[in-house]
Design a protein around this ligand. Sequence first.
Ligand SMILES: NC(=O)c1ccc[n+]([C@@H]2O[C@H](COP(=O)([O-])OP(=O)(O)OC[C@H]3O[C@@H](n4cnc5c(N)ncnc54)[C@H](OP(=O)(O)O)[C@@H]3O)[C@@H](O)[C@H]2O)c1
Length: 183
Amino acid sequence: MLKAIVNVNQEWGIGKKGDLLVYIPEDMKFFRQQTKGKTLVMGRKTLESFPEGRPLKGRRSILLTRDPSGLPEAARAYLEGRGEAGTSLEAVGSLKELLALLGTLKEEEVYVIGGEQLYRALLPYCGECQVTVNDCKEKADTWFPDLDSLPGWRRREAGAWQESEGIRYRFTTYENLEPRELP
Ligand SMILES: NC(=O)c1ccc[n+]([C@@H]2O[C@H](COP(=O)([O-])OP(=O)(O)OC[C@H]3O[C@@H](n4cnc5c(N)ncnc54)[C@H](OP(=O)(O)O)[C@@H]3O)[C@@H](O)[C@H]2O)c1
């Protein structure tokens, strides 16, 4: 199943100036646990937001970009098969190509990990979305679609509010009642 995983503030903001709005250690740990050993899908700007543009360890990453030639050296090393074992990166150049590839992975749990452009393009195909909500007041410049008002989506679970380093957050799960079929 295709799933999305995201951290949003209460206005569904997800990022600012190419970075996250807030780093919550407990949420980073949750993200690692959920995605370890899995296949991830991301946009070029999200990959470039990682340290040195390096794909996340121990996972297969599928990257959407129209031009992989401008990627940082650490990313190019993985594209060319010069990366560390157990971690991989491959690039696709169009949404059509990406959907076709994802269609071959229907039996796997595949995570869409951002950013805004990728979430918007792939959300109709996601069966579920793991949303960590935080009360950070930073002004965002990128957003996730508001699942509370998006037709076809409903919140299935909402954990208790917790606090980490002065930021309140909680884990929630939304489900797509009618996910679009991958080709
Ligand atoms: N809060 C969270 O959980 C979370 C998670 C992930 C990211 N973020 C944040 O989100 C922000 C980035 O989001 P974003 O929307 O600006 O960027 P993005 O979705 O990460 O990447 C956008 C790029 O993806 C490629 N792309 C998108 N659609 C394409 C298509 N149809 N065909 C080919 N390539 C396509 C393009 O790359 P090229 O320009 O190379 O062609 C485009 O510039 C950052 O601030 C990041 O920190 C937040």
